[in-house]
Design a protein. Structure first.
Length: 285
């Protein structure tokens, strides 16, 4: 082979590898299932949990993230049967830190094993943004993660805006991330994080593999004119976030959370609109 042909072949080979990687990322994104945080339709859940689950399954969600168990509290076998009948998975759950303490931990493990839920996420704890208590809280999450791992489960933390409050040259979120092991999930809520001035794709790149469940929350930042809290019509720059989920986040679930309901539409209507737009975007990237 001449030197010229060698150089050309090398360049073409490198280009082919790069192209392959570029194609692989969208393919991986399309394979990430979409779940819904049930807080999105909390009133409907409280009124008729079974009917609400059925409607969400009909919309096309692959799983649900729990925010309470309503009529199935203390009834994991019955809840698992209902999920199976509807073709839904238990993507994750939001539970308090107290569910991991003392004798509650074993109860928590047993309940969630039976419903097939492996990701146990704390949606908020006052100690997180306490300068003196934030370190012990991180250590507690490390200890809990170690206890959950043999059961094929993991714990994690979900942000709002306060977690990004400054402390010294850093912020509380980064302190928690640095103090916890890679076994502790960092559930980035993209709506709240964006509202706090964070680049969500960059958050994932700084902590690769730790965003097993990501909250896809449509959000309008600082009342931007013309924006609506419907996925793709809101203020969040979604394409780089979704690509980061598939490329570096280690994301197993994209969890839609619909907290605002524009144009007088019902929570279920808004959730359906956001799901349709999210599904379309994951297929187009």
């Amino acid at each position: 082979m001449s030197r010229r042909h060698f150089v050309v072949s090398s360049v073409l080979g490198a280009a082919a590898v790069a192209a392959g990687r570029a194609l692989a990322a969208p393919a991986a994104l399309r394979k990430i299932p979409i779940s819904v945080q049930l807080y999105s339709v909390r009133d409907a859940c409280a009124k008729d949990f079974d009917a609400t689950l059925a409607e969400l399954a009909k919309l096309g969600f692959s799983g649900v993230e729990f925010a309470g168990y309503h009529s199935y509290s203390g009834k994991p076998k019955e809840l698992r049967a209902k999920l199976d009948a509807l073709g839904l998975k238990a993507a994750a759950t939001h539970i308090g830190t107290g569910s991991f303490r003392g004798g509650e931990l074993q109860k928590t493990i047993e309940f969630h094993q039976q419903i097939g839920c492996k990701y146990l996420i704390v949606p908020g704890d006052g100690d997180f943004t306490n300068a003196e208590k934030s370190k012990p809280l991180a250590e507690f999450f490390n200890e809990t993660a170690a206890k959950l791992k043999p059961h094929g489960m993991a714990c994690g933390y979900h942000n709002h805006t306060g977690e990004f409050a400054k402390i010294g040259d850093s912020n509380y979120w980064e302190l928690f991330a640095g103090r916890t092991s890679g076994e502790v999930i960092l559930q980035v809520d993209c709506g709240w994080a964006t509202d706090a001035g964070q680049d969500c794709a960059d958050l994932m790149k700084r902590h690769p593999g730790r965003m097993k469940v990501v909250h896809i929350k449509p959000a309008v930042i600082k009342n931007e004119a013309g924006k609506k809290a419907i996925f793709g019509q809101d203020s969040v720059n979604w394409p780089p976030i979704l690509k980061a989920c598939s490329e570096v986040g280690g994301t197993q679930w994209l969890t839609l959370e619909q907290e605002s309901y524009p144009d007088g539409k019902s929570p279920m209507e808004c959730t359906a609109l956001s799901l349709a737009a999210l599904t379309a975007m994951t297929k187009s990237l």
